[in-house]
Design a protein around this ligand. Structure first.
Ligand SMILES: O=C(O)c1cc(C(=O)O)c2c(n1)C(=O)C(=O)c1cc(C(=O)O)[nH]c1-2
Length: 240
């Protein structure tokens, strides 16, 4: 009996945080596709394909966040979470993160219509991102919130990527990087406050384990997007 209780006891907050941070090794920062990008090895078509596929992720984030709001019974959490939707959608059509991503798309030579009609979105990207939105719709809000903790791992990647894009792809106009320069400003504090929220609400061992699993799932989602791009573009495979 006491052994069972021991096994089911919640992790200390420090151990819980450590279990989440341990997933950093599964993050997509060192994925071969990112490595090729950072080494300047992508051609213009490959870079465009990345931007067009990431668009699908960016444009689905507000729906993912709205699902979390819809499933959360706690007003203070809903209040906090709403700002994430506004971050991407903006307060008008010209001010949000999605619009900034479209400016990046234009800076790499994509027409807006070919981004918006999603003709370049690969099936693997679509399946992975749809699974992320679906996860937020079906799972308890806390697990869906925890899946966003990849934000904890992203500040270094964002800064590194921005430097390498400026260095290796000088044909991209600086206005195209506004998504990243703006994101770098907010992602550190946002990730830390998300971790505090998750640590405060994941009080049972079962909830803690579900949160760790959710974050592992999210790493799979992100890596699946890049696997798809890598398969499509890498190792001499045919490109669109
Ligand atoms: O450029 C990146 O590598 C990167 C990664 C991630 C992430 O780790 O999920 C996000 C973002 N960017 C991002 O810009 C963003 O708005 C964002 C929201 C979320 C999320 O799960 O709610 N992740 C990310």
């Amino acid at each position: 009996m006491s052994v069972t209780l021991e096994a089911d006891a919640p992790l200390s907050e420090a151990d819980f945080r450590q279990a989440l941070y341990a997933l950093e090794s599964s993050y997509w920062d060192r994925h071969p596709f990112h490595q090729r990008m950072h080494e300047g090895l992508l051609d213009e078509g490959e870079l465009r394909l990345w931007v067009a596929n990431r668009w699908y992720y960016q444009r689905c984030l507000p729906q993912k966040d709205a699902a979390i709001v819809a499933n959360c019974p706690l007003p203070d959490v809903r209040r906090q979470w709403l700002s994430r939707i506004v971050y991407h959608d903006g307060t008008d059509a010209s001010s949000g993160g999605a619009e900034k991503w479209l400016r990046l798309a234009e800076a790499v030579g994509l027409r807006k219509d070919e981004v918006l009609d999603e003709r370049l979105v690969l099936p693997g990207t679509r399946f992975a991102v749809d699974a992320y939105v679906d996860f937020a719709r079906r799972r308890p809000w806390l697990e869906a919130a925890a899946s966003g903790l990849t934000e904890l791992f992203s500040p270094g990647l964002l800064a590194h990527r921005l430097g390498r894009l400026r260095e290796h792809y000088p044909w991209i106009a600086e206005e195209g990087f506004e998504y990243f320069t703006a994101r770098i400003e907010v992602v550190g504090p946002e990730g830390r406050s998300l971790l505090d929220l998750v640590a405060r609400h994941a009080v049972t061992r079962e909830q803690q384990e579900a949160c760790v699993k959710a974050l592992a799932f999210k790493c799979d989602v992100l890596n699946t997007v890049l696997n798809s791009l890598d398969y499509h573009t890498g190792n001499g495979a045919a490109r669109s």
